[in-house]
Design a protein. Sequence first.
Length: 307
Amino acid sequence: MIKSSETFERWYVMICFEELQLRDSERLYPFFERFKRHICDFTVGGLMMWRGWYRTQVAIEDDTLYIRAFVNGETQFTFLGPDEIHAVARIMEHCDQTGEHFELCSITQRVLERINSYYRLNAEPQRDLFDYVYDADSMISLSGRQYNGQRNHINRFKRSFPDWAFEEISDENLNTVIAFYTEYKSERLKAFEAAEEESSKVIEALSNFDVYHLYGGILKVGENIVGISLGETVGDMMFVHVEKALTEYNGVYPMLTNCFASHFRTPQVVYINREEDEGDLGLRTSKLSYHPLLLKEKYKVTLLEQK
């Protein structure tokens, strides 16, 4: 049956989104490397680990990656590509045809300034979602008075647990790591939906390191795992996606943070991104105590009109 012109036009302008699948990582990663935004939203780990929670969908057209998520029953869109103005126009066109709510998320300051030159926008900073970005050299060396607290915690840990060790996660210890995390989440994670979603995806990530483009490390005391970290490198930035540890081992988190950064930092890495605090006061205090080089701002954007 031949489509009417109205139906054909509707089909033509819609962006053809598809549910994000684990297998999509290989076609998405080149976009993250090429169009570096320096935020965790545009990493394989950051996108894959929350794809179920946000019912994430993706589409690729005209050398641009489009992402659609569902937040509180409304759609949100973001994108990576060579032409921000074109990308926003395509999302507007899509929403006009489908009747979907137009809202952009994960928009950095640079992208906001670019699209604000063409459109009148309502931009709302999402403070709980700002990424904490640190100078890699400072995070590893911890030199200077501002890091006295971290150095003291690390030295106390080393004195208290002289049989500590740090190891990479590998095929040989993977089952032990999964067993540790399984027990950890059952005893220590709060019982709410987001925590359950995160837990299931951490297990998935541990079992699919190559697909997730991850590396990971474990901190041990004797033969016992007391902490794990998972991360990913995009361009000149290391992202720390997961950091879980047993707090009864005093100083375990500063020790784990420092060991992970020291071990996996490569010559190309200039910055370390420890991601969002999600409004958690304890996390915010901890991340600020490491004196971030900057907070990578993210905005939620709605359109007023074209200039």
